[in-house]
Write a protein that binds this ligand. Structure first.
Ligand SMILES: [Zn+2]
Length: 81
């Protein structure tokens, strides 16, 4: 995980800690529950994600996790540049 990724994750976490409602950082869908801490904690990063946490767990189980670089939050921000 590079420094840029860590910075973005820290930023996401800070915004979630502040109670900001945002699309799921992992899948990018607007499926996060309003109370951020009732969502799932990602296994790959210290941020909350939606029900796709189930999918993340399955992929980890078959030893084929989606890399953080594949997370929607990183894609969207790249598009905006
Ligand atoms: Zn999700």
């Amino acid at each position: 995980m590079n420094e840029e990724t860590l910075k973005r994750l820290a930023d996401l976490k800070a915004r979630q800690d502040a109670g900001e409602h945002m699309p799921c950082p992992r899948c990018g869908k607007n499926t996060m529950k309003p109370d951020v801490y009732t969502n799932a904690l990602s296994r790959q990063a210290d941020v909350m994600i939606c029900e796709c946490g189930m999918e993340e767990a399955m992929l980890a189980f078959i030893n084929c996790p989606l890399p953080l670089a594949g997370w929607a939050c990183f894609h969207t921000e790249n598009h905006n540049r």
